[in-house]
Design a protein around this ligand. Structure first.
Ligand code: FES
Length: 491
């Protein structure tokens, strides 16, 4: 029987995006059997699969190198205790398989003996001769040494290094790597998990373990009742997966309506100059009060100088919800933005307190498996960056394309970031467009999209000033793109 792998593990081993394999399942090139893919079918489709290119072999080799840094080992490998538990489970599974094999072997040997006796007792009876021949040949084939299927070997090893978690009822999956707890791992995989403090105090990340084992990674002040413990409830922020497969029952946010408004006092961690009129503001929340938000959403920031009235401005969060403590904002110099003026004048500095209220906004990724096309104009890149990082975490889209219009020559203030995505990811491509007239720039982007994207069934995310969003949306609509596949945000 061929070895079976989850889509997630197969993608990791073959070094392709999960969205690509899922698309091949939808196209009929691969078949899912109980949510699993056959290693034989994968190797037929990827006959030239070089596991070295997935980076896994290299990573394993690096781990063996004692000189390799402790931090990398922590990120890559679970604790010794967790690894021992997973190894124990694998060994038990192996022992069960061996036991079964020995029984089957004994059965076949007995059949072979009976067939031989039948041939002797009934000379000339072809039925006995056929049976004896079949059993002997079958046994010889089973005992013959076959070349090792590397995909199977690596999958078994991966089960010790990383655990796979399946979420019910959504069916979402995520992996637990290194020393990460279940909450961190789920957020890094782009799941919209329910949580609060992130440190075991509030109980909001409570989930029920349906199958598999968890182990505690940190102390929690929140006490589960005896009844909850008996039913298998646990806290995601204080536990990790002890078994290589884990099934959890939990509720995920379905959209912005499920994310509560939060008020947090943050601190300025860094301010960087990206262009003469653009600063990156890096805010950090307290360890015990992180911002739960969805990619693409905005927050209101407030600052006050001693003896002066508060100033407030609303900005899209440019970073990914998977890092809920370190929040990035692109702030553009604007006459009507009082907070930006204080930032550019140098009155707001590192260490200052900034109050945050939010999140707000509906410009979030919709569920789906279509290729994703993002278009930004100037500062509209902020929510687009957050959406792209979220989409990359989810790894569900077959491809991602970004078009970024700058109306000023230094307007592509994060082009290095785009280049880094493009170099690291096969499924990501981008095009930078510069034009002082927003509407004409939008038409140029539409033309670039028309060249290869209008004929594909994509979801389009647009962010920028009204004239950009309206012009591009009109182009998309006139090209036949359904309204339901266009998502827009005025920035
Ligand atoms: S998030 Fe508060 S206890 Fe886990």
């Amino acid at each position: 029987m061929p070895h079976q792998l989850t889509v997630w593990r197969a993608a990791q081993l073959l070094g392709v995006a999960r969205g690509v394999l899922q698309q091949q399942v939808r196209d009929g090139a691969l078949m899912l059997n109980d949510g699993l893919l056959s290693s034989d079918a994968l190797l037929r489709l990827y006959p030239d699969a070089h596991l070295e290119e997935s980076g896994l072999l290299e990573r394993v080799t690096q781990i063996r190198d004692e000189a390799f840094g402790k931090r990398v080992r922590e990120r890559m490998l679970p604790t010794q205790e967790v690894m021992a538990q997973r190894l124990f489970a694998q060994t038990q599974e192996l022992a069960d398989v061996r036991k079964h094999l020995q029984r089957y072997h004994g059965l076949v040997i007995r059949l072979q003996k009976q067939a031989r006796e039948g041939v002797l007792d009934h000379p000339g009876d072809s039925a006995w001769q056929d049976m004896e021949q079949q059993v002997t040949q079958g046994l010889a084939q089973a005992l013959a040494t076959e070349s090792v299927n590397l995909l199977e070997v690596m999958d078994d090893m991966l089960k010790i290094m990383t655990a796979q978690v399946t979420v019910r009822p959504s069916g979402h999956q995520f992996q637990v790597e290194g020393h990460s707890n279940l909450l961190q791992s789920g957020l890094h995989s782009g799941l919209r998990l329910n949580y609060g403090c992130g440190n075991g105090s509030c109980g909001m990340c409570k989930v029920r373990v349906i199958s598999g084992e968890v182990t505690q990674t940190q102390h929690s002040d929140y006490q589960l009742s005896e009844n909850e413990k008996a039913q298998g409830y646990t806290l995601m922020c204080c536990n990790t997966a002890a078994s290589s497969e884990l099934t959890l029952e939990l509720l995920e946010a379905s959209g912005p309506q499920d994310i509560p408004e939060q008020q947090i006092v943050t601190h300025v961690r860094a301010i960087s100059t990206l262009a003469p009129n653009t600063r990156m503001l890096h805010l950090q929340t307290p360890r015990t009060h992180r911002l739960r938000f969805l990619a693409g959403q905005s927050v209101s920031l407030g600052w006050s100088a001693p003896g002066q009235a508060d100033v407030h401005s609303t900005y899209p969060v440019a970073s990914c919800p998977c890092d809920d403590r370190n929040l990035l904002f692109y702030v553009t110099r604007a006459a009507d933005d009082a907070l930006a003026q204080h930032l550019f004048s140098g009155e707001i500095g590192v260490g200052d307190s900034i109050s945050l209220v939010g999140p707000t906004g509906e410009f979030v990724l919709s569920d789906g498996h279509r290729p994703l096309v993002f278009a930004a104009c100037d500062g509209g890149f902020a929510p687009i960056r957050s959406l792209i990082e979220h989409a990359l975490s989810l790894d569900a889209a077959p491809s991602l394309s970004l078009f970024w219009l700058a109306t000023q020559s230094d307007g592509h203030f994060a082009s290095n970031h785009c280049r880094a995505w493009s170099e690291a990811l096969d499924q990501f491509e981008f095009e930078l467009v510069t034009h002082p007239d927003t509407a004409i720039g939008a038409q140029q982007i539409a033309q670039a999209m028309r060249a290869d994207l209008f004929d594909i069934d994509c979801d389009f995310y647009l962010a920028g000033p009204p004239e950009f969003v309206v012009a591009l949306r009109d182009e998309l609509r006139s090209a036949g793109v359904a309204q339901a596949q266009i998502f827009a945000e005025i920035v």
